[in-house]
Design a protein around this ligand. Structure first.
Ligand SMILES: Nc1ncnc2c1ncn2[C@@H]1O[C@H](COP(=O)(O)OP(=O)(O)OP(=O)(O)O)[C@@H](O)[C@H]1O
Ligand SMILES: *[C@@H]1O[C@H](CO)[C@@H](O)[C@H](O)[C@H]1NC(C)=O
Ligand SMILES: *[C@@H]1O[C@H](CO)[C@@H](O)[C@H](O)[C@H]1NC(C)=O
Ligand SMILES: *[C@@H]1O[C@H](CO)[C@@H](O)[C@H](O)[C@H]1NC(C)=O
Ligand SMILES: *[C@@H]1O[C@H](CO)[C@@H](O)[C@H](O)[C@H]1NC(C)=O
Length: 464
């Protein structure tokens, strides 16, 4: 194993340095075969295993073809489709039109750390020759998918090819399903006869549910809103209505505060055929639903409804109700009820979320706060404070003191009045994703210093 590869490694959280280096070797094609372990098998046994594996390989190919040219009898309609298909099946080291990065982009990359791994795939952060960080997805040689396949077929090379079809499927899906809440496909490399496929993606950070649970409501709401925008898109995507069959927080990453779907190999655009309503049941651990069987013999909105209920049970229940702003709780409760009971579709759900966002951004939910709360404060514009005595509040945007997002001075004054330690606050020029200013609350300060973007509000009764 080349020492140079090891040298550039930083702490690899999950796998050891050796494993990562080994993977990079695989990626670069310098390691050909793992032990194939079929010494103890008879020739005819091997032949029948090989036939079965070939059968599965061709099945996987058949699954991908309709994704390339939907609605058009398996013919590769566009040049891009046939290009991509050729590359993914035969291997090629040039980049396809529309996918700017190809195998060449990986030549002088620096592996940095393992970002995550699952049953099928391993994801590694690397920097490309130009210094740009990206995420590379490849077959997880130590994953359960590879393990089971090799155990059954005794053919590492064939199994890697089989598992690689999941990556190929993901490339095709990522190409067709472009949306701000789906991870951006930067390119791919289907490098060699080994059938290895490497997907080059925008780099994100795995969704940290525990960390998110402790974040301000505004950030948790954003994740749910992003999810609903994604599901709205998926319900009417270029491939039809898409269901995420394996819907878990670990299929998502965050890129600068935005939620993005990264695991698409379990996405399905298939309809569920039916002859009666009872054929259209949606089963979850604590809840079953029966949907309508349409006149044309398909379960109506099954994919869309499956996604909505999963969003409810994996995301909304944990992220949405807790600490919602008082003026919005009734709307949040309504969303919880309507999605938890599958009483409406994704259109109405998206409308309900966008309505909450609108109220929250415009401050309309604060109607009951009297403007008179500001009369207790003396305002100085173009200043900030120094020599502060801070106190803690929850959930603060800053570890040191009490920093909260507000609609404006009125809401901040209301908050300051409700904190016994608070004697002054500053509206800073900093804004949250929703465009709301951050306010810093404190018990005292020693002096004001000029700062164009800030305003200092001092409680009159305690003014310094
Ligand atoms: N673009 C990315 N940036 C950062 N981390 C990522 C990215 N893509 C994936 N990951 C991380 O890598 C993990 C594995 O990726 P992925 O879910 O595609 O593999 P998988 O084998 O299908 O996983 P699973 O068995 O959970 O379905 C993800 O859970 C995620 O935490
Ligand atoms: C859902 O349906 C299955 C199969 O019919 C049944 O076994 C299960 O008990 C039902 N669950 C609930 C929560 O009703
Ligand atoms: C929705 O509201 C109804 C009536 O108040 C209640 O019985 C039901 O449990 C609620 N469902 C959810 C999922 O919150
Ligand atoms: C949802 O909205 C889209 C337009 O965004 C519309 O075409 C579609 O028919 C709506 N679906 C339902 C079930 O109302
Ligand atoms: C308000 O601030 C000004 C200086 O900006 C100061 O002169 C005045 O005394 C303050 N008023 C009160 C009531 O604190």
């Amino acid at each position: 194993m080349p020492a140079a590869v090891g040298k550039s490694l930083r702490a690899a959280a999950v796998l050891s340095v050796a494993v990562l280096s080994f993977l990079v070797c695989l990626l670069l094609g310098s390691v050909r075969h793992l032990g194939s372990g079929h010494e103890d098998l008879l020739d005819e046994e091997l032949a029948s295993l090989r036939a079965e594996l070939n059968h599965q390989l061709s099945q996987r190919r058949q699954e991908i073809l309709p994704l390339l040219s939907p609605g058009r009898d398996k013919e590769l309609s566009s040049a891009w489709d046939s290009n991509l298909w050729g590359e993914l099946t035969r291997g090629s080291s040039t980049s396809a039109a529309g996918s700017p990065l190809g195998c060449g982009a990986l030549r002088d990359m620096q592996p940095l750390e393992v970002l995550g791994s699952g049953y099928t795939k391993l994801v590694v952060k690397v920097t490309l020759a130009g210094g740009e960080p990206v995420a590379l997805k490849m077959v997880n040689e130590n994953g359960i998918d590879m393990g089971k396949c090799v155990e059954g077929f005794r053919d590492t090379h064939g199994c890697r090819q089989l598992v690689s079809y999941k990556l190929s499927k993901e490339v095709v899906l990522l190409h067709r399903l472009r949306h701000p809440n789906i991870i951006k496909l930067r390119g791919h490399c289907a490098g060699d006869a080994g059938g290895r496929v490497t997907v080059i993606l925008e780099q994100g950070n795995p969704l940290q549910m525990l960390q998110l649970l402790q974040s301000p409501w505004e950030d948790r709401f954003r994740v749910c809103l992003d999810l609903v925008r994604l599901l709205h898109f998926l319900s009417r995507s270029p491939l039809g209505s898409v269901a995420l069959l394996d819907f878990q927080p670990r299929q998502f990453v965050m890129v600068s505060g935005e939620l993005k779907l990264t695991d698409l190999d379990d996405a399905s655009a298939a309809d569920t055929p039916c002859s009666r309503h009872a054929d259209c049941s949606l089963q979850f651990p604590h809840r079953n639903f029966t949907l309508t069987c349409s006149a044309s013999g398909v379960c109506e909105g099954l994919n869309e409804k499956m996604n909505i209920y999963n969003a409810y049970r994996y995301f909304f229940t944990y992220l949405l109700p807790h600490q919602a702003p008082p003026g919005l709780t009734h709307l949040v409760e309504r969303i919880m009820n309507v999605t938890g009971e599958l009483k409406s579709g994704i259109n109405e759900t998206l409308d309900a979320f966008e309505h909450i966002l609108h109220l929250y951004q415009s401050g309309l939910h604060l109607d009951q706060l009297p403007p008179s709360v500001l009369r207790d404060y003396n305002v100085t514009r173009g200043m900030t404070t120094s020599g502060n005595s801070e106190y803690h509040c929850w959930p603060s945007y800053s570890q040191q003191g009490c920093v909260l997002s507000v609609h404006g001075a009125r809401e901040a004054a209301h908050i300051c009045n409700s904190h016994s330690q608070c004697t002054s606050f500053t509206l800073t020029g900093q804004k949250t994703w929703a465009g709301r200013p951050l306010a810093t609350f404190r018990s005292s300060f020693s002096l004001m210093v000029p700062d164009e973007t800030s305003e200092v509000y001092v409680k009159k009764s305690t003014a310094v």
